[in-house]
Design a protein. Sequence first.
Length: 129
Amino acid sequence: MPDEAKKRTFDTSTRLSFERTRMSYDRTMMSWIRTATSLITFGFGVYKFFQLELGRSAYQNRLIGPREFSLLMVCTGLLSLPLGTLEYWQNVRTMRAEYPEMPRSRTGVIAVFILALGILSLIAVVFRQ
């Protein structure tokens, strides 16, 4: 069977419906990225604030001090990003099976950059005691 015969043709309404769904998946992925970025930057900000302003000696006898709280925030952000990306890729793969000519999105590239920045901030919190 030639490739032209296998290729589906959709009417305008169906094609636009696929486009709206793809954009919805992109918006959801960007929400995951925003959430992860917020968690990572807030955690790193808390760490730097208490490191610069109060020093470490005031919080050494606590179960969870500023450093541990920062590590939890940064790790939560770093965990949420791959989970959101995995969900996004599964949804897009399912949609691409029905609509193969769907354009590629660049939100995955942004997610990888944010993940790299998050890993750098985690390294900074762990090794800069």
